[in-house]
Design a binder for this molecule. Structure first.
Ligand SMILES: [Zn+2]
Length: 58
């Protein structure tokens, strides 16, 4: 079982990308990279908010 975060969970107008990882930290690292594709520079507040949205994937 891994972790999953969908871009549009973070932003309703986000794309349909799904970010998966083994751990929350791994997903967060990839989310940071993905955010740059949207022109967003992740900051600690944003990452903390995103952390709360990451779900377990069966
Ligand atoms: Zn996206």
């Amino acid at each position: 079982m891994g972790k999953i975060l969908c871009c549009n969970w973070v932003h309703p107008a986000g794309c349909d990308a799904a970010i998966r990882g083994e751990t929350v930290e791994e997903v967060l690292a990839q989310a940071e990279v993905h955010a740059r594709e949207h022109g967003i520079e992740a900051n600690p507040e944003l990452l903390e908010m995103v952390r709360g949205l990451i779900e377990d994937e069966e």
